[in-house]
Design a protein around this ligand. Structure first.
Ligand SMILES: *Cc1c(COP(=O)(O)O)cnc(C)c1O
Length: 399
């Protein structure tokens, strides 16, 4: 049995997104501030729509989640030379954002369930001068948000949430991104909304948002935003904050709004598909799927699992054999970065740090995308193939 659908094909854009794109292109009003005399425009409307959907007071649309994180770090006052706490297991743009503002990532260990380890967080927050935690909900895994917020309160940490994989996820019914001072989201093609590239920043803090808006490159057009604080909050930022040109354009916003209207439905479908894969992996007890708390409702746009009995060679061979049968999995324990997959030991721009639990978890950790172009039958086939290939790999070792 082999599988023959591509893992890189995303769902088609809704028809109303194509029509909206056509309208923007025909108007030639592509820049977000260009059409100010013809109404607020698609970008400001997206900011309004997203703030309402997210349940945040303010929203700013930017060029990427990476840019949103940089603006967020600057807006809460991170300066060159500062240390910023972040998960040892995350995607490269997260340490990248910290380095871009001249700060240094202080990496925190993770647990077997792929979330930040709260004991290590507490220790490192106490022992260092870091006052900001860039909390990455990597691959959608949510740590106990009540506990992390309690630690942040106790130790006076400012939390910025990287929600690239938790757009639509909730903890006790509250949306991910609404726990920290700022939430950062991605609309890059492999995340939960697709505009090729793009990012969104949300907050309830008017001073933070005023600074972020000016830094995003609003020139003096801050009145032309969809979900922005009152003018008086700009009195100082408009003189104090440098312009870093990270604006979203009308075309992207136009194709995002119709997708946002259907996002809740997409989240349900992802969770259905992901549950089918997870259930299909259950018969093979050697495969461990991370557990999550009952308070967490994730978005299953990808699945991660470990096979603790595998050696490094087994892991390599498992990836190759899966690939031969049409199932694309990535391995986080590889010695070299491959495609989107890398681990903290390969980020040489970050000072070398020791994270034993992260090493142990990543050494046999696999990652698989679940695009919405798959259906339930596809997910059953995929799980079956993964079980068979894992079993083959294991029996070879034990012969
Ligand atoms: C994709 C991703 C980002 C960055 O998103 P971009 O929009 O590509 O900059 C940040 N964090 C995580 C965990 C991601 O997967």
């Amino acid at each position: 049995m082999t599988f023959d659908k591509p893992f890189t094909r995303q769902a088609q854009l809704p028809l109303d997104a194509l029509h909206a794109a056509q309208r923007v292109l025909s108007s030639a009003d592509l820049h977000r501030y260009q059409a100010a005399d013809r109404g607020l425009g698609e970008v400001a409307a997206l900011e309004q729509d997203y703030a309402a959907w997210q349940g945040a007071q303010f929203c700013l649309a930017v060029t990427s989640c990476g840019q949103a994180m940089q603006l967020a770090l600057r807006a809460v006052g991170v300066c060159p030379g500062d240390q910023v706490l972040t998960n040892g297991f995350t995607l490269a743009p997260v340490p990248g954002a910290i380095c871009a503002v001249g700060a240094q990532p202080l990496l925190v260990d993770i647990t077997d369930d792929l979330v930040i380890d709260l004991v290590d967080l507490h220790a490192k927050a106490r022992q260092s001068r870091a006052r900001v935690l860039l909390l990455s909900h990597m691959r959608g895994h949510l740590v106990d948000m009540d506990k992390v917020c309690a630690i942040a309160r106790d130790l006076k940490l400012t939390v910025i949430e990287d929600c690239a994989h938790t757009m639509g996820a909730t903890w006790r019914g509250t949306k991910s991104g609404n726990f920290g001072r700022i939430g950062c989201f991605s609309t890059q093609s492999y995340k939960h909304l697709n505009s090729g590239e793009g990012g969104l920043l949300t907050t309830d803090d008017p001073d933070v948002m005023a600074r972020a808006i000016i830094m995003s490159g609003s020139y003096m057009n801050y009145a032309n935003h969809g979900a922005a604080p009152d003018e008086r909050y700009f009195d100082n930022p408009k003189y104090d904050c440098p312009n870093m040109s990270a604006r979203m354009d009308m075309l992207r916003a136009a194709i995002l709004r119709p997708q946002l209207a259907k996002l809740d439905h997409a989240v349900d479908r992802w969770n259905t598909l992901c549950a089918v894969v997870a259930k299909g992996l259950e018969p093979l007890s050697a495969i461990k799927v991370p557990k999550h708390a009952n308070s967490a409702r994730l978005v299953g746009s990808s699945i991660q699992f470990r096979v603790p009995d595998f050696t490094a060679k087994d892991c390599q061979s498992f990836v190759l054999r899966s690939q031969e049968r049409g199932v694309v999995v990535k391995w986080f324990g590889d010695t070299a970065p491959v495609g989107y997959t890398s681990n903290y030991t390969q980020w040489r721009y970050v000072s070398s740090q020791s994270l034993p639990q992260t090493d142990a978890a990543l050494s046999t950790l696999f990652d698989m995308r679940i695009p919405l172009t798959f259906d339930i039958a596809d997910c059953e086939v995929i799980a079956k193939i993964l079980c068979e290939v894992a079993q083959e790999t294991l029996s070879e070792v034990h012969n």
